[in-house]
Design a protein around this ligand. Structure first.
Ligand code: NAP
Length: 327
């Protein structure tokens, strides 16, 4: 059973974890069992990306598919049961050039900690067209499990060629009359097993070598009617009728809060030492999709969360040893 998050009495903790996806919860489970009394600050969207994932069938330990939100609820309960303190706040500012590290929450609450685990995850990427912005929430979405229901009995378009795009299309094919996947290349990068499932669905059409040129619709009421596609090889335009456009073109790491304070790779992921979660600031560790630009799986995020907690524990022990020698 999970308790309602409580405001913390003291704002200082040995270890604070920012983020509540598989990396954050796993770090919390390991840190709590190491008696570090961790505080986990969950952010605006507790549970991370798995909260909008329907079937999860590649997280080890479950013979049959499980629901993403259920899996996250289990991880949260496990972290709480071993002693993690959950705080429902969103960190808007960090100061990592002082020790203890200082964090400020959305409502002004200040938190300090001896070690910090950053597990802020990644957010969906958008195409960046003005028409996409115009219709966001009115026919344009980045989450089929959240918004698919609104398109029952209607045709929809999914943009992208990775696992997310294929999974979104499969999910939508049970709700929409027809799903058209638009991909800018002539082949998918999604796993074979997912591509095979796609080919078995009679109401999914594939349009390769095309990019979205513009999303078209009505202004009153605001709703999508068509998507204009451009052939990336010939430049030819074509309009496809649709009521919904699901953008599934990948994710970008939620590392903005740490820019200028931690080393960040050119692609936006937090830089860590090889085979480690140690960032460029001693005592600050990064785990999960905010740092992993290779695997980006729930299970690798959990593994990195475990590493971060163990490394934080070792770092604290080394600090304490150094203090004892100095005294
Ligand atoms: P992804 O693998 O990075 O794929 C993004 C897709 O979007 C690519 O096909 C890319 O095209 C396309 N794209 C990117 N920017 C675009 C743009 N501006 N316009 C048009 N197309 C664009 O992202 P993802 O599918 O979200 O997956 C992210 C990670 O999560 C991956 O490691 C994936 O394996 C994992 N994941 C796993 C599962 C699962 O195991 N069940 C489910 C979901 C995600 P190009 O191919 O041309 O680059």
């Amino acid at each position: 059973m999970s308790a309602t998050p409580q405001p913390i009495a003291s704002t200082h903790a040995k270890l604070i974890i920012i983020g509540s996806g598989p990396a954050g919860y796993t770090a919390a489970i390991y840190a709590a069992r190491a008696m570090l009394e961790p505080v986990l600050i969950s952010g605006f969207e507790p549970g991370g990306q798995l909260m909008v994932t329907a079937d999860v069938e590649n997280y080890p330990g479950f013979a049959a598919p499980v629901q993403g939100p259920w899996l996250m609820e289990q991880m949260k309960a496990q972290a709480e049961n071993v002693g993690t303190r959950m705080v429902a706040d969103h960190i808007v500012e960090v100061e990592l050039n002082r020790h203890p590290f200082r964090l400020r929450g959305d409502g002004g609450t200040v938190y300090t900690c001896d070690t910090l685990v950053i597990a802020t995850g990644a957010k969906a990427k958008w195409l960046g067209h003005p028409s996409e912005t115009k219709f966001k929430g009115y026919g344009v979405s980045a989450c089929a499990t959240c918004d698919g229901f609104f398109y029952r009995g209607k045709p929809v378009v999914v943009v992208g060629g990775g696992n997310t795009a294929v999974e979104e299309a499969l999910y939508l094919s049970h709700i929409a009359t027809k799903v058209t996947i638009v991909h800018r290349r002539d082949s998918f990068r999604a796993e074979r097993i997912l591509q095979d499932r796609l080919l078995k669905r009679p109401n999914i059409e594939l349009i390769f070598d095309h990019a979205v040129d513009e999303i078209l619709g009505t202004s009153d009421p605001l709703s999508v009617t068509h998507v204009r596609l451009k052939n990336v090889k010939t430049g030819t335009l074509q309009d496809v009728e649709t009521h919904g456009v699901f953008v599934a073109i990948g994710h970008e790491p939620a590392s903005g809060l740490f820019k200028g304070q931690l080393a960040i790779k050119p692609n936006g992921y937090i830089k860590t030492a090889p085979f480690s979660t140690a960032t460029s600031v001693p005592g600050v560790f990064a785990a999960g999709d905010v740092t992993d630009d290779i695997y980006r799986q729930a299970v690798t995020a959990a593994g990195l969360g475990c590493m971060a907690a163990i490394e934080a524990e070792h770092w604290l022990a080394a600090q304490s040893d150094a203090r004892a020698v100095a005294e």
